[in-house]
Write a protein that binds this ligand. Sequence first.
Ligand SMILES: *Cc1c(COP(=O)(O)O)cnc(C)c1O
Length: 398
Amino acid sequence: MQTTNNAISNEQNYVLQTYVRPDFVLVRGNGINLYDEDGKAYQDWVAGIAVNSLGYNDSGVAQAMQEQAATGVLHVSNLYHTEPHARLAKQLVENSFADRVYFCNSGAEANEGALKFARRVAFNSEATDKTDIVTFSGAFHGRTMGALAVTPKDKYQTPFKPMMPGVTVAEFNNIDSAKETITAKTAAVIVEPLQGEGGIHPATNEFLRALRQLCDDHQAMLIFDEIQCGLGRTGTLWAHEVSGVTPDMMTLAKPLANGLPIGAILVTQAVADNIRPGDHGSTFAGGLLVTNVASHVVERIRQPEFLAHVQEVGEYLMERLEEVNSPLIREVRGRGLMAAIELTIEAPSVIKKGYEQGILLVNAGPNTIRFVPPLIIEKSDVDSLIDKLTTILEHVNE
Ligand SMILES: *Cc1c(COP(=O)(O)O)cnc(C)c1O
């Protein structure tokens, strides 16, 4: 108890208050469970917000960390050749539309880089005024200045204005709106194939195809932000696969190193042809430890049996969620292990009840509970979620 009190009071006295945390302290994990100091288990349907895809205490991840630690080198700077980061780039290229990879340290940073690369391509084309970025309602691309500018949510933007100029917002899944907004001045269009923070809203295949066509017509870069929906989350390695459309660039982060900080920008050769040494860079990016772990993660997740498991358990999750008989559920949405229930009540009250029931849940917007568990969950874990959720929804108004 002593440590719990210290952790919570230290947080309250010394940590900048940008998060509101519940009153327990997590100390260890195994499989899909996290444990607090009293040994209470929490079944984890958050996974560090779609990060810990291989769950906790994974022996392969531990081995990849130990292997690198044993060399005595965690970082040498991007000034030098190292083996794990080149290996990871090769793996990502061999398993995607892309020809080249740039590494960074987070999702927001990946999107910042992608926007810079798009501006670079437009700059080289010598088209004057070709600097606009098109984003969509409900999008989330991160909290840094460039990424924030393409995250059209007043609550996030207003206190930090002025935003980066040149951003226009079209309506998500509305082809006519995209047609009006994407013009000769557009350098890039950035879109999540399945919106995460915005409430788990899949882009339709027709919409993604229309965006591809409009980008081709106007020589604009199509950027897919697969930071949350990529890397097996939806049951295919990339969420965009179901649309048959490929982007010019794709950003990755969250699950790439199962919890170590990393981001990546995957690009076609046509984009790469426009980028020169010195155009972009990062001190930490693509370090040996993080890329050795990511390399292990990609190798595991790309296996057809692994993806088939995500599909199977994901379908089961959707079925079971649809069966929950509660007047508080307005809609069930999602694909693979990226699902959500939209409620008639505020999500935080449900999340709070979840802690009592030993389950971690996270919202995606004010009324939506999202389910982004470790991808290794089993059907029996879904059954346990449904039992707990049913109890929570019965008692949430008490
Ligand atoms: C989380 C997220 C980001 C931002 O990633 P950070 O690592 O938090 O900067 C960007 N885009 C999407 C779709 C995300 O889910």
